[in-house]
Design a protein around this ligand. Structure first.
Ligand code: SF4
Length: 496
């Protein structure tokens, strides 16, 4: 008799369009689901946030569960997040968990699901003056384009990464690399990037909550302000110690003797000449090319931005301080008999002023904000009438959170949300190989409002039926609103 090959029983995962067949003991393509003896199980535990008075942050993934007594009725009120909740697919199915609980006499419901976001990306804010690339320069990971440089903000460079254009609009490899980079960034891992083309390529390492590493150097400080603002802030401290001060900045270089702050403090003209485009008195644009030198310019020698002093105004012995916007670079000069600046030992008081600038700078960090749209499909898991959910959110009847963290909901159509990944529990994000990111999203409202918007009322479970000893418990974030707090909702402001 021929040996019959016994094939392991496979089950079909229906949590996303990939529809994996998973053999017993194996996991699906996204590492999130497994076949355990014929049961399809979500591998990460459902995560709840304990609303305690002692708010401990940040949550560390592998830390032990603390003092959980399992008594959710008498214990602190838990908030069920969508982290580990799973996904329902196709879209008409109710969300995986729809849980209710009494909150200070109000019957509240939270609809939780791990949304599959094909339309999503991250916005990265990098606190640095250093040049990381021109606006619109392409950001690459492993040679694949994953996004671009956006308009700079005050003291920070900005990146827009991901989005449907890169996830699905390019090659298969581009989509895969983009998805992987987004996943790592959202889960607080470091990602190495290259910005720009060969003639001006910059290497950059981004990790949420950590300083950026630009061309191999770790950034330390975010500038105190632009060159003009720095003149305004510290003008008084320079009086009597120096005749003129130049704060070198790629955007707005400030000159004390010409600046309004200098005028108000009776600082006399010095005949200084700045090689740049004069905007208003004491404020100059484009003094040098951008780079990773002084104040985000490409220069290491600050004298390169100076022209000859006006001999009718300047004098031998004129004292000049040049300093960057972070106070990390400074140099002191005195004019010789030819009115040429010569390096000299910096007086103690001026050195202290540079230190004070540095002291007033904040640490440079990378901020990673996940941004995604809860499309019609995701909303259908909440209600049979998806547009009513949008209206409910806009009317502040429904509070949107991601992993328990308050999400900023953009104005206009749809439910387009943005959230700081550092406010979310660790390991909040997953992926599916379509490719798309999997992110937790919760909608909380009064049960009565849920009924009004056409919610899946028959699917509501008491929170006590959902939370178990296997549930992962995390402490609430110190800076985060309780998603179930009355103050989040317009009805709390109604006059009764
Ligand atoms: S990729 Fe993951 S969620 Fe999608 S079908 Fe496979 S196991 Fe299920």
């Amino acid at each position: 008799m021929a040996n019959e090959r016994v094939m392991p029983e496979k089950i079909r995962c229906d949590a996303c369009p990939v529809m994996c067949f998973i053999a017993d003991g194996k996991i699906g393509a996204c590492d999130r689901y497994a076949n355990h003896g014929g049961d399809l199980v979500r591998l990460d535990a459902l995560t709840i946030i304990e609303n305690t008075d002692h708010k401990l942050v940040p949550f560390m993934k592998d830390s032990p569960v603390e003092d959980w007594d399992g008594n959710i009725i008498q214990g602190n009120r838990p908030f069920v997040t969508a982290v580990g909740a799973g996904t329902t697919y196709p879209d008409y199915k109710p969300a995986p968990f729809i849980v209710s609980q009494d909150v200070e006499g109000v019957d509240m419901v939270t609809v939780v699901t791990e949304g599959i976001f094909s339309y999503c990306g991250v916005k990265v804010k990098i606190d640095t003056d250093r040049h990381i690339g021109h606006e619109c320069d392409i950001v690459r990971v492993n040679g694949e384009p994953i996004g671009h440089v956006m308009t700079s903000e005050y003291g920070s460079k900005m990146l827009s990464l991901g989005g449907v254009e890169h996830l699905t609009g390019g090659s298969k490899k581009e989509g895969r690399v983009t998805c992987d980079a987004l996943l790592k960034l959202c889960n607080r891992e470091a990602v190495d990037m290259v910005i720009g083309t060969e003639d001006h390529a910059v290497t950059l390492r981004v990790e949420a909550g950590k300083p950026p590493i630009i061309n191999g150097d770790e950034e330390k400080l975010m500038r105190v302000g632009c060159g003009s603002a720095t003149i305004g802030m510290f003008a008084k401290q320079w009086l009597t110690h120096v005749d003129d001060v130049v704060v070198v900045d790629d955007h707005i270089t400030g000159v004390l003797s010409e600046h309004q702050a200098g005028k108000m403090l009776d600082v006399p003209p010095t005949g200084i000449k700045i090689n740049g485009r004069r905007s208003t008195p004491g404020r100059y644009f484009q003094v040098a090319e951008p780079g990773t030198g002084w104040g985000g310019t490409g220069i290491e020698d600050p004298l390169l931005i100076l022209g000859p002093f006006n001999p009718k105004v300047a004098w031998e012995g004129l004292r000049l301080l040049m300093v960057s916007t972070t106070g990390e670079q400074y140099a002191y000069f005195e004019l010789d008999s030819d009115l040429v600046p010569q390096p000299a030992e910096i007086p103690h008081a001026l050195r202290q002023s540079a230190d004070l600038i540095a002291e007033n700078c904040e640490p440079s960090i990378c901020s990673v904000l996940f941004m995604g749209g809860a499309g019609g499909s995701l909303r259908a898991g909440v209600t049979e009438n998806p547009v009513r959910l949008t209206q409910s959110v806009k009317n502040a009847l429904t509070f949107v959170s991601c992993g328990g963290a308050e999400a900023y909901v953009w104005p206009g159509g749809g439910i387009t949300v943005m959230v700081d990944v550092l406010d979310m529990p660790t390991g909040s994000f997953g992926y599916v190989p379509t490719p798309a990111l999997v992110a937790p999203i919760e909608f909380t409202m009064r049960t009565a409002d849920y009924g009004t918007l056409g919610g899946h009322m028959s699917e509501i479970k008491a929170v006590s039926a959902v939370v178990s000893e296997d549930t992962r418990k995390v402490s609430s974030m110190e800076n985060q609103a309780d998603p179930m707090a009355r103050s989040n909702y317009s009805w709390s402001r109604e006059i009764t």
